[in-house]
Design a protein around this ligand. Structure first.
Ligand code: PDD
Length: 284
């Protein structure tokens, strides 16, 4: 497996980062995950824009221009013998003596890229959906930054695994839903597709945008608004979206069925629309 580290491509075994890297010491960095289908990155510009937003959020200058990023990522794709994959980009504030403030003078950031197989959700998961639990969203107030400090997300996702579930749905202030531990969440009620507004309490998902664009293009009623916790339990359907899981139905929450406990009509509409859209992008 070939990875990219600080300007060079190398076998993963040779890629080494010093222990004083601020990513290792402080979790001081940001990341991106970009799916690639048949060698073509999906929404690369949007992902690179979100990366810029994350870097701005932690006050770390972008080490590369968009063109340079595209060059690195396309080379990574070319070096990976996989039909579908996802690119993982990871930038930290670099290597410095352990001290909380930014290194002065600044040190070069650590830039790491790897590719991984993109495993499509199994047919059974698509047909039956996944179960979820609700958990308290105890993260910081800058969840719009795709930070590598993922400890809360890791713990919440593990709580869902411990409960035999496929995702944790995060509830802020014991009152409203923000997103999943590693996904965005949509609610369907009376034929309307609903999702919370993009703000500092959730990651602005690229797949979230695609879903709303598809809803727009196909006259599916949709609305962006705050979603209260109770609405999860009276919803007709729940959906999760992410770059790696695309769109999936959530068919039970905290052990209670969502709607009739099966993927519903909105999922049945959106799933093929998403697949067709993806294929069209791939053909271009
Ligand atoms: N995570 N919210 C959170 C907290 C996420 O971690 C993710 C994705 C999303 C969905 O964003 P997008 O549609 O742009 O993938 C929402 C990636 C897949 C990960 O950490 O592996």
């Amino acid at each position: 497996m070939t990875v990219y580290l600080n300007g060079a491509f190398m076998p993963i075994e040779e890629a080494k980062v010093p222990v004083l890297d601020r990513g290792f010491i402080f979790g001081d960095g940001v990341y991106e995950v970009i799916p690639v289908y048949s060698g073509r990155p999906f929404r690369m510009r949007d992902h690179l824009q979100r990366l810029q937003h994350s870097l701005d959020g932690i006050r770390l200058p972008n080490p590369h221009s968009i063109d340079e990023w595209e060059g690195i990522l396309n080379e990574m794709i070319a070096r990976t013998a996989l039909e579908d994959l996802y690119l993982y980009l990871h930038i930290t504030r670099g290597v410095a003596k352990r001290d909380h403030p930014f290194p002065k003078p600044p040190v070069p950031p650590t830039v790491f890229v790897m590719s991984n197989p993109l495993s499509h959700p199994p047919a059974e998961t698509i047909e039956r959906g996944v179960s979820a639990i609700t958990v308290t969203d105890n993260r910081w107030l800058r969840c719009d930054i795709k930070s590598i400090s993922l400890l809360p997300n890791v713990l919440m996702r593990q709580a869902s695994v411990d409960a035999g579930c496929g995702e944790a749905i995060l509830i802020r202030d014991d009152s409203f839903m923000t997103e999943g531990s590693a996904s965005n969440i949509f609610v369907v009620k009376d034929g309307v597709l609903l999702a919370p507004p993009k703000n500092h309490l959730m990651l602005p998902g690229i797949t979230y945008d695609v879903i709303f664009e598809l809803a727009d293009a196909h006259n599916i009623p949709h609305q962006v608004r705050k979603i209260m916790k109770e609405e999860l339990f009276s919803a007709d359907e729940l959906l999760l979206t992410s770059s790696t899981r695309e769109v999936l139905a959530i068919t039970s929450v905290d052990g209670k069925p969502v709607g009739d406990g099966k993927p519903g009509a909105m999922f049945a509409r959106l799933y093929p629309l998403y697949q067709t859209f993806k294929k069209e992008i791939m053909r271009k």
